[in-house]
Write a protein that binds this ligand. Structure first.
Ligand code: CIR
Length: 269
């Protein structure tokens, strides 16, 4: 997930693929999953890659009534051990939240849990973190009221927040960007203007990837120097390697078919 620094990625929550996964929402990268067995294998390989990298991985049981429930990143925002429970931006995804909320609240017992309310809407997938600087996408899932609730928490924690306008041909900010390290943002050309992220702190940079590799821009950097990357994006792969990092390539085809990327499938806490 995108709201933790590299050194905070010790534990990840995931959720198993439901039998109804073929009914997942899909209108950006995909047109819907078609092979449930393959999806389950890909999800298993994903969890194993995290485990092999030294991450403690928990798998929640599937909910066969909720097709998008593997995308746990969207359901809770964990920042420096604090929890913000957003109101999901799509009504069909609201019922996914209770077991995830219950899990992170239990794991981070003693912490204050904030719940979004009223008109506020947000998917966790609209947030990325570059060291101690945060970006949030204003998207079809995340609105101004949601952004202000996130800003309140970040202000309390002493972090800055910048808003990035997500174009209509993208789902979330994490659908088209990620921070494989605490100083680099991968972004595809053709989605965001050059100044979308503002002036970055010293030592930080944006690496622009070709438009055709937009999906590949979602990566998961890990504390051991490995970076999970999706199969099929050679420039992203070369970029990660040239940074002295070790790419771990995963076939994400069925998860991509549900508009899901690597970060969407885990919640680091
Ligand atoms: C949805 O449309 O909500 C899901 N099919 C995909 C969610 C992907 N999550 C993410 O980008 N953080």
């Amino acid at each position: 997930m995108a709201t933790v620094r590299l050194d905070q990625k010790g534990r990840a929550l995931t959720r198993a693929i439901p039998e109804c996964f073929d009914q997942a929402l899909a209108k950006f990268f995909g047109t819907g999953p078609t092979d449930l067995d393959l999806a389950k294998k890909q999800h298993l390989a994903y969890r194993e890659a995290l485990l092999l990298a030294g991450v403690e991985v928990t798998v929640l049981p599937p909910d066969d009534a909720l097709p998008d429930s593997i995308f746990v990143e969207d359901q809770a925002v964990v920042i420096d051990g604090h929890v913000l429970l957003p109101v999901p931006g799509h009504p069909s995804r609201v019922a996914e939240q209770p077991p995830i909320a219950e899990f992170v609240t239990r794991q981070l017992s003693g912490t204050q849990v904030c719940r979004m309310h009223g008109e506020a809407r947000m998917d966790g997938g609209d947030i990325i973190r570059l060291g101690d600087l945060f970006f949030v996408g204003r998207s079809s899932r995340t609105n101004d009221a949601g952004i202000e609730e996130l800003r309140d928490l970040l202000t309390h924690l002493g972090h800055d927040l910048r808003v990035v306008e997500i174009p209509g041909h993208a789902l979330h900010l994490t659908s088209i960007s990620s921070t494989p390290t605490d100083s680099v943002i991968l972004v595809p050309e053709g989605y965001l203007p050059a100044d979308a992220f503002g002036e970055l702190p010293d030592g930080c940079e944006i690496k622009w990837m070709p438009k055709e590799e937009a999906y590949g821009c979602n990566t998961i950097g890990l504390p051991n120097g490995q970076v999970l990357v999706a199969e099929g994006y050679p420039i992203v792969l070369e970029t990660i390697t040239s940074m002295g990092l070790e790419p771990i390539v995963l076939d994400m085809s069925q998860i991509r078919a549900a508009d899901g990327s690597l970060t969407c499938c885990s919640l680091f806490y």
